[in-house]
Ligand binder design. Structure first.
Ligand code: NAD
Length: 373
């Protein structure tokens, strides 16, 4: 089978779907074509791919001319036209974008959207959302530390004592947990909140304080359990009580990092403008949910804005700002996923629709969308 790796063309996308490590494994049984310069923004020279066994091709047309195409982001409509009918496409295909998915389906490709990978133990090594969220959580803290005009750690100096920064983290999934761990390493004092009950123990085990918003009804308790490892939209009354607690704690914080998401829905609004207005001047908010509409009122997608004396960081795609490691983890996730469908002896591709991981991730096949978000 021929595997093609086109260069990413989405603005700001620096990651690449294969690394020399994964090319070496794939090239043992397949022809691997990598478009010239595909790894440049991840500091991977063409020569390293060549040494691992890839053939470097000059154009996107040649890279898309393959039985299997590995991508980070979904191809643009023009690029979709380069896909061969009946080829396999694996990447972050944005399955909640119905129009884009229709275009892909119409190209006749069999598309796997890594966003839909089932969250079961067997699939952990393929979990692109987790590997990239981990990086985003780390980078959010590093960005906040760079943008705030104070230290994170407590310092005792000859010139007096500097207090530790207070960091509030809202939404403690993969990104939030890494944000807690990173802020802890820098010496901050951390509080965190989430809707799902198991999070409390995880937060406390990392040395942070959990902000509890008790469930008052069976409905709240039931919805808070989420589904498939993900959160569901909480009832309005719970959100109101959470907002009161968040307002109170945010006004005592120097840094707020928000990561709350609900699959296929706009991000829940956790910080209102009145909370931003009441925060200390010079505070920093990083909103990792900005691409899904943001957890913070007034956040501006793609930029850092100052409102009411508070820096609102709405930079997008933070994993792409750590491209070397983001690509290394992403490429391993994709390799592990693809390996499910490649015969280890012959390298032959087999689509087993009875496999939960394969079926759950399949977004389009035979000219039609197989599942809608
Ligand atoms: P996510 O990115 O979808 O959401 C981030 C966090 O926001 C979640 O913890 C969610 O509960 C929280 N959230 C949503 N609405 C909120 C609100 N109104 N207020 C506060 N918080 C809110 O989540 P994620 O990082 O992808 O991970 C979710 C869970 O799945 C985690 O516990 C993770 O460990 C688990 N997980 C399991 C597997 C596996 O078993 N294979 C793989 C990956 C993740």
């Amino acid at each position: 089978m021929r595997i093609g790796v086109p260069a990413e063309t989405r603005a700001g996308e620096t990651r690449v779907a294969v690394t020399p490590e994964t090319v070496k494994k794939l090239a043992a049984k397949n022809e691997v074509r990598v478009q010239a310069g595909a790894g440049a923004a991840s500091s991977i020279p063409d020569g390293d791919y060549e040494a691992a066994g890839a053939k470097i091709v000059a154009s996107a047309t040649e890279a898309y001319d393959a039985g299997i195409v590995l991508k980070v982001r979904s191809p643009s409509p023009d690029e979709s036209g380069l896909l061969k009918k009946d080829s396999i496409l694996i990447g972050l295909l944005e399955p909640f974008n119905a129009a884009q998915l229709e275009t892909l389906a119409a190209s006749g490709v069999t598309g796997f959207a890594m966003e839909w990978l089932p969250r079961i133990s067997r699939a952990q090594s393929m979990d692109v959302l987790s590997s990239q969220a981990n990086i985003a959580g780390y980078k959010a803290v590093v960005l906040a530390a760079a943008e705030i005009g104070r230290f994170f750690p407590m310092l005792m100096t000859a010139a007096g004592t500097v207090k530790a920064a207070r960091v509030l983290i809202l939404g403690v999934g993969v990104a939030g947990l890494q944000a807690i761990a990173t802020a802890k390493r820098l010496g901050a004092v951390i509080e965190a909140s989430d809707v799902r009950p198991p999070v409390k123990e995880q937060v406390e085990s990392l040395g942070a304080k959990f902000l509890d918003v008790p469930y008052l009804t069976d409905e709240e308790r039931e919805i808070a359990k989420g589904s498939g490892g993900y959160a569901r939209s909480m009832p309005a009354d719970w959100m109101r009580r959470q907002a009161e607690l968040v307002h109170q704690r945010a006004t005592q914080s120097d840094v707020v990092i928000t990561t709350a998401l609900i699959p296929g829905r706009p991000a829940p609004r956790l910080i209102k403008e009145e909370t931003v207005r009441a925060m200390k001047p010079g505070s920093v908010i990083v909103d990792l949910a900005v691409e899904q509409g943001g957890n913070v009122e007034g956040i501006e997608r793609g930029r850092i804005a100052v409102k009411h004396g508070v820096k609102l960081i709405g930079l997008e795609n933070l994993p792409a700002s750590v491209p070397f490691d983001a690509s290394a983890l992403y490429a391993r996730n994709l390799f592990n996923f693809l390996s499910l469908m490649l015969d280890p002896k012959t390298g032959e591709f087999k689509l087993d629709r009875t496999d939960e991981v394969i079926a759950g991730t399949l977004a389009c096949a035979d000219g039609a969308v197989t599942k809608r978000g």
